[in-house]
Ligand binder design. Structure first.
Ligand code: ADP
Length: 364
C-alpha cells in the first residue's frame, strides 16, 4: 500500500522542531530508509506515522486515505523496534499471537497463523520458550513475527538491528529484505547506519535537522549527493573534500586551499565553466577514486604526500595521507604494500570528482 507524507511539521511542546516540511511517497512494496545522524528526526517521523506522536501540521496518507487523526490501533501498522519489546512472561508463541489475541480472532486460526509465521522465520522450535531463553537474533525474529502475523498495511522498523552483533546484523539484513519483498508490504526503515541504508533501501531519504536532504535510489545518492552533508554521510570510509579557490596561472587551473596546498585541475570544460562562475568551491572525491602509486602519474591532478597510516583489510587497504593539515583516505586493492612514512603520489580519477558551491550544494 502506498504511504505519502505531505508537508509534515513537528514541533514538540518544549519548542524543539523535529520535522520541517517533510514530504515523500513510499510506493507499494518499497522499503524506504530514513537515514541520518542521531537527533535528525528519524524516529519522530516514524512515530507520527504509527500514531504514537501527533503531527503539528501536514497530512499522512495510507492507501490514499488520511490517517493522521486515527488512533494507532486503527492504522493497522506493524512496528519492529530496536529493543524488541517482547513480553517476558509470555512464550514465543504467545508473543507472536498477541496482536491477534487482542483482535479477538478465533484460537484455531491464531494457532495456524503463528505456526505459519514461525515456519517462515525458522523459529518453530522456539515457540514454547520465553524471551530470556533465546538469543538476541532469535528475539529479533520473534519481534518480526509479531509484526507480520497481523498482516499489516505497512511496516515500520526503528533501528531493528542495532542491538545485534556485526555478523548477525548482516544476516538479518538479508532476512528482513527477503521477508519484506516476499510479503510485498511497504516498509519504512529508520537507521543511523549508512551501510544499512545503502544495502537495504529501495530508496534512501537522508535527513538532517528535520529536513530532507535527498530522496533517491542508493546508487544516485552515492554518485550524485545533493550536498556536502549527504556526500559526507553516505559512503564508508567517507568522501574526501578539498576546499579552496580556483587560481589561474596562464592556461592552468589550480585549487588552492587557505593553507597553501595546490592541486592542479584537469583542463576540461567543466573546470573552465566552474572557474568562470565561482571562486570558492569544494571538491569531493571518494577514497576508491584516488590511486596510490610510487610512479609519477601521467595526469595532472595528483598530490605528492607522505603516508600517515595504512590499514590493511585483507582484500584491500586504506591509505591515509595529510594535505593542508587534514587527513584524507584512499582505498586501494593495489597489491604493493605501502607503508607509513613513505612519500608517494595520490592520483585523482578526475572523472569521478564532484563539485560543491559555497553553500555546499552540488554543482551539476
Ligand atoms: P532520531 O531518531 O533521528 O535520533 P528523534 O526523532 O528522536 O531523532 O529526535 C529529533 C529531535 O527531537 C531531537 O532534537 C530530540 O531531542 C527531539 N525530541 C525527540 N522526542 C522529543 C520529545 N518527546 N520532546 C521534546 N523533544 C523531543
Amino acid at each position: 500500500m502506498q504511504l505519502e507524507l505531505r508537508n509534515i511539521n513537528k514541533v514538540y511542546p518544549n519548542g524543539t522542531v523535529a520535522s520541517r516540511d517533510i514530504s515523500f511517497i513510499a510506493e507499494t512494496g518499497e522499503l524506504v530508509v530514513l537515514v541520518g545522524p542521531s537527533g535528525c528526526g528519524k524516529s519522530t517521523v516514524l512515530r507520527m506515522i504509527a500514531g504514537l506522536e501527533e503531527v503539528s501540521s501536514g497530512e499522512i496518507l495510507l492507501g490514499g486515505e488520511p490517517i493522521q487523526n486515527l488512533s494507532p490501533a486503527k492504522r493497522d501498522i506493524g512496528m519492529v523496534f530496536q529493543n524488541y519489546a517482547l513480553y517476558p512472561h509470555l512464550t514465543v508463541e504467545q508473543n507472536i499471537a498477541f496482536p491477534l489475541v487482542i483482535k479477538k480472532i478465533k484460537k484455531s486460526i491464531i494457532k495456524a497463523k503463528v505456526a505459519e509465521v514461525a515456519e517462515t522465520l525458522s523459529i518453530s522450535s522456539l515457540l514454547g520458550k520465553k524471551p530470556k531463553e533465546i538469543s538476541g537474533g532469535e528475539r529479533q525474529r520473534v519481534a518480526l513475527g509479531r509484526a507480520i502475523v497481523r498482516e499489516p498495511r505497512l511496516f515500520l522498523f526503528d533501528e531493528p538491528l542495532s542491538n545485534l552483533d556485526a555478523k548477525l546484523r548482516v544476516q538479518m539484513r538479508t532476512e528482513i529484505i527477503n521477508l519484506q519483498r516476499s510479503l510485498g508490504i511497504t516498509a519504512i526503515y529508520v537507521t543511523h547506519d549508512q551501510t544499512e541504508a545503502m544495502t537495504m533501501g529501495t530508496r534512501i531519504i537522508v535527513l538532517k535537522s528535520g529536513v530532507v536532504q535527498q530522496n533517491d535510489v542508493p546508487s544516485i545518492v552515492y554518485r550524485e549527493p545533493n550536498n556536502i552533508f549527504t556526500a559526507g554521510f553516505i559512503g564508508s570510509p567517507a568522501m574526501n573534500f578539498f576546499e579552496g579557490s580556483f587560481l589561474r596561472e596562464k592556461d592552468l587551473f589550480f585549487l588552492e586551499s587557505g593553507e597553501g596546498a595546490k592541486l592542479q585541475m584537469p583542463n576540461d570544460d567543466i573546470i573552465l565553466y566552474i572557474a568562470k562562475e565561482l571562486k570558492h568551491i569544494t571538491i569531493g572525491i571518494r577514497p576508491e577514486n584516488i590511486e596510490t602509486s610510487t610512479e609519477m602519474p601521467t595526469s595532472e591532478t595528483y598530490l605528492e604526500e607522505e603516508i600517515v597510516n595504512v590499514e590493511f583489510l585483507g582484500n584491500e587497504s586504506l591509505v591515509f595521507f595529510k594535505t593542508a593539515g587534514k587527513i584524507k583516505t584512499v582505498r586501494t586493492t593495489n597489491t604493493i604494500l605501502f607503508s607509513r612514512g613513505e612519500k608517494v603520489y595520490f592520483n585523482f580519477n578526475t572523472s569521478k570528482m564532484i563539485f560543491f558551491d559555497r553553500t555546499g550544494n552540488l554543482i551539476k
